[in-house]
Ligand binder design. Structure first.
Ligand code: ADP
Length: 325
């Protein structure tokens, strides 16, 4: 199966990106053709500093590999280096109703958050995302829950394209995990953990142990003192229980039993240790890769060449079908 997904190089990756997306990419690499790109064209739709972008791209590649992606298997490359993404994006714009874009939750949220910069790219974002997947004839897209609506649009647009111009794309299926697809902010457990929020609200994959411990110990919890999983009544503790469960393989029921007569403090201390230990090999790998500039560039070069072959083939077929060649 062809699998496609990507992450924006907007800042460091957090544990939500890992548990919702990257963690499910790792086993998929074994028996599928995986295309995992760095979504720099998406990152420029919100305010950013051009001077930092190349470094952020490099750090995202390092994060991919430190978290377990295997460049020998997966195709890893930078989105903007393959101009066919924007080309297909434009072609798909012509079959995408504006109403579909205006109702997108992420567009509405980002328009509120970045009031001074509601650009057309922010609205058009899901069409480019559709192009990212259809360009590689992606059949499945492993992502977090916040992307559900966008994948629905991919399905609509691929159907529309096929109806108008002849069978070309299969409808990509979303791969959204039951647990972990929406890790919440540590400082406000009613909101999702997001890179563009306060750093205290996120556990970054490469945070130092003291920083992780401090963030977890000061994470917002709920009234009462019992460690119980109940998303409505105890959103803070439930979010921490989810993280604990996903990193250890213990069920939330087992964890409730384990912490039955202990308070939030003991539970948080134990979780901090779990997170620190889990991320230890990631930190080690990241430090090693940070000095291997040539190796990182080589991975991107190889990935680019593998991706380009597929992309050019699809664009040729699409342009022929649309009467452009
Ligand atoms: P962010 O929203 O932090 O800027 P991206 O938009 O680049 O991150 O998302 C990268 C991937 O991580 C997507 O598949 C997205 O669904 C997933 N993701 C983002 N935030 C979370 C979260 N809090 N919990 C689970 N998955 C998430």
């Amino acid at each position: 199966m062809r699998i496609v997904s990507g992450i924006q190089p907007t800042s460091q990756l957090h544990i939500g990106n890992y548990l919702g997306a990257i963690k499910q990419w790792i086993p998929l690499q074994e028996n599928n053709e995986c295309v995992f790109f760095i979504a720099d064209l998406h990152a420029i739709t919100t305010p950013y500093d051009p001077k930092n972008l190349q470094n952020a791209i490099k750090e995202t590649v390092i994060a991919y590999i430190s978290a377990g992606l295997n460049p020998e298997k997966a195709i890893i490359f930078v989105q903007s280096q393959i101009k066919e993404h924007t080309e297909l994006g434009w072609l798909l714009n012509t079959i995408c109703p504006i109403g579909e874009l205006e109702r997108m939750t992420q567009y509405k949220d980002k328009s509120k958050k970045f009031k001074a910069n509601i650009n057309a790219g922010l609205l058009d974002y899901p069409v480019l995302q559709t192009a990212d997947v259809l360009l590689y004839k992606g059949q499945a897209v492993p992502v977090g829950k916040d992307q559900e609506q966008h994948i629905e649009l991919m399905r609509t647009l691929s159907r529309k394209f096929n109806q108008k111009f002849g069978q070309t794309f299969s409808e990509p299926a979303s791969m959204i995990l039951k647990e972990g697809s929406k890790i919440m902010s540590l400082t406000d457990p009613k909101k999702k953990m997001s890179k563009s929020d306060d750093p205290k609200s996120c556990i970054f994959l490469f945070d130092e142990p003291e920083v992780i411990t401090k963030k977890i110990l000061s994470a917002q919890t709920d009234s009462g003192k019992d460690v119980i999983y109940n998303v409505t009544k105890k959103p803070g503790i439930s979010n921490l229980l989810t993280i604990y469960s996903l990193l250890t393989g213990k069920t939330t029921q087992q964890l409730e039993d384990e912490f039955r007569d202990k308070g939030y403090g003991d539970f948080k201390k134990s979780l901090a240790l779990v997170v620190v230990n889990y991320l230890e090999p990631f930190r080690r790998k990241q430090k090693e890769l940070a000095t291997r500039e040539v190796y990182i560039q080589e991975i991107l070069k190889q990935g680019h060449s593998r991706a380009l072959t597929i992309a050019q083939e699809t664009i040729k077929e699409v342009k022929e079908k649309m009467g452009l060649v």
